[in-house]
Ligand binder design. Structure first.
Ligand code: PNS
Length: 162
């Protein structure tokens, strides 16, 4: 059984994340998408909201499970006995940061947690949760960035009815 974790903030989940989830779920037997509960950041959505969003957006993928975690990814992966993390790479700018995290995770797990990178499909290469929030905060159109139900939740946070 090949299992993997796709960790992230997912604040909110975008079509870029969903592209990675769909493709990773075709490679691995089981994929756990896990929302980081990061106490040092002030997210737009609570962990519970992000978990619900991901559950709804991946409802058609039977081998995908949604979870959340706090603390180090290596400790969480060890508790779940999972040895692969999946991450998406959009551009060269992601690479340095992702390389550092992947190497840190490998080192601090004594080689037990490896990272597999999937390159984001070109149509989503420009997308990030941060830019989606920025556009929505000015009531801009995010229909090509996130599923409609996620879009409605984002606009609601910024006080827009669309
Ligand atoms: O979606 P993001 O914010 O780019 O995801 C970053 C994430 C969650 C993968 C990363 O910050 C993470 O794994 N954080 C948990 C703490 C940890 O293990 N850090 C890595 C060693 S520095």
């Amino acid at each position: 059984m090949r299992a993997a974790i796709y960790p992230g903030s997912f604040d909110p989940v975008t079509y870029g994340h969903l592209d990675i989830i769909r493709r990773a779920s075709a490679i691995f037997d089981e994929l756990t998408v896990s929302v980081l509960n990061n106490k040092t950041k002030t997210p737009l959505f609570s962990v519970e909201e992000r978990v619900k969003m991901l559950e709804e957006a991946t409802a058609d993928l039977p081998n995908v499970t949604i979870d959340s975690f706090s603390g180090l990814l290596v400790d969480y992966a060890a508790r779940k006995d999972i040895h692969v993390a999946v991450r998406g790479l959009r551009a060269i700018t992601d690479f340095e940061y992702e390389l550092q995290i992947a190497q840190t995770n490998r080192k601090f797990s004594d080689g037990k947690l490896d990272t597999v990178f999937l390159t984001t499909s070109l149509e989503y290469a420009y997308l990030s949760s941060t830019t989606v929030k920025e556009i929505a905060s000015f009531n801009g159109d995010i229909s090509e960035c996130v599923p409609d139900f996620v879009g409605r939740m984002i606009y609601e946070k910024y006080g827009y009815k669309r």
